[in-house]
Each structure stands twice: as C-alpha cells, then as structure tokens.
Design a protein around this ligand. Structure first.
Ligand SMILES: [Fe+2]
Ligand SMILES: [Fe+2]
Length: 196
C-alpha cells in the first residue's frame, strides 16, 4: 500500500472556508484518511493517529449536534425522524469507540473493532450527506448559513494540533475524560460563535 499524504490538520484553512457543507464534507474526508492512517500504522504511530481520530470525531460530532441536526429538525421534511436516526447512529459509534479506548492498538481485537467503528461512522456520514447536507445546500438563508459555518469552524479549532508521531504517546493515555471535556468545550465554543 502506497504511503498516503499527511492528513490535513483540522483548522488548517480556517480563515478562508465559509461554506458550512464544504467544511463538514472535508471533515468527513479527514476522518476517512485518519481511519486509513490508524489501519496502516503500528505502535506509537497508530496510537497517535487513533488519538487524533478520536478528537476529530469528538469535535465533528459535537458541531453536527449543535449546527446540522437542529437545522434538519426545522427545515427537512420529516426532520425529527431524520435526526433521531442520525443520533442513534452516533450513539452506536460512541459505544464502539468506548470499547476501543482501553485496548492495545496492536491487538487483533482492536483491528476488528476499529473496522466496526469505521463502518458505523462512514454509514452515518453518508446518511448525513444524503438526508441533511443536501437540504442545507438548498437553504437560501445566507445569514443562517454563515452562522453555521462560524460554528463548525469554532469546533474545528478545538481539535488539538498533532505533534510528530510518537511524541504524544507517553502522556495522555486516558481518552474518555479528556474527550468528554473536549466535547463540552467544543459545544460552548460553537454556541458562542453562532450566537455572536
Ligand atoms: Fe454526525
Ligand atoms: Fe458528520
């Protein structure tokens, strides 16, 4: 397998992108690339890539809970049912994620559960693109769209930058606490960016 290009850092093009759907689609792409990276790396590199994936998933899903799903509830026909389905998928993904976090990333079980997570996350992303993003694109409310883009960018800025592979591994080895806290901070940042 060819060595893939480095995954773009969340927030890299923070300053220029004001299209909320493009921002979210790019995050879906970043998440896909990080799954590739976790799958192909080993040892400390795999650990670091997985930690980065978890953080990006945390800020991405928090942004969608605050920005995308509320829009879909109000503007998509049958919006409540659409959103309930997405929330159920996100809960399922979080359960698989919780089952992964205490595992040795090089164990065979890890690869199997990672694949389960990847499948759940990608099916979820496809459903969002199909049932929610298409409606957001059609929205003519420029002010609302700009506020949504501000919210997603504020979330993206909360995904910590990643040092060189291996550097992080000795430090943060507990994921749940930091991730829960990250989601709380992200929620606050999104709300203040959208309200401002
Ligand atoms: Fe989502
Ligand atoms: Fe998503």
């Amino acid at each position: 397998m060819a060595k893939s290009a480095p995954t773009p850092q969340a927030g890299d093009d923070n300053a220029t992108d004001d299209d909320v759907v493009s921002l979210l689609m790019r995050q879906h792409g970043d998440i896909r690339n990080l799954f590739d990276e976790v799958e192909s790396a080993t040892g400390d590199e795999r650990r670091d890539a997985f930690r980065h994936l978890v953080r990006l998933l945390a800020v991405h899903e928090t942004a969608e809970e605050e920005v995308v799903h509320p829009f879909a509830r109000r503007n998509v026909p049958g919006g409540d049912a659409v959103v309930e389905e997405r929330l159920a998928e996100e809960r399922e993904a979080k359960e698989v994620l919780a089952s992964l976090e205490d595992m040795d990333p090089d164990s065979p079980d890890f690869a199997e559960r990672l694949l389960a997570l990847r499948t759940a996350v990608q099916e979820h992303a496809r459903a969002e693109e199909r049932y929610e993003f298409t409606h957001i694109r059609r929205s003519g409310d420029a002010g609302r769209l700009a506020a949504m883009a501000r919210g997603v960018k504020a979330a993206e800025a909360m995904a910590p930058t990643r040092p060189h592979p291996g550097v992080e591994s000795g430090t943060a080895n507990v994921l749940l606490g930091p991730v829960a806290a990250l989601m709380d901070r992200t929620r606050d940042a999104v709300r203040s960016a959208m309200g401002g």
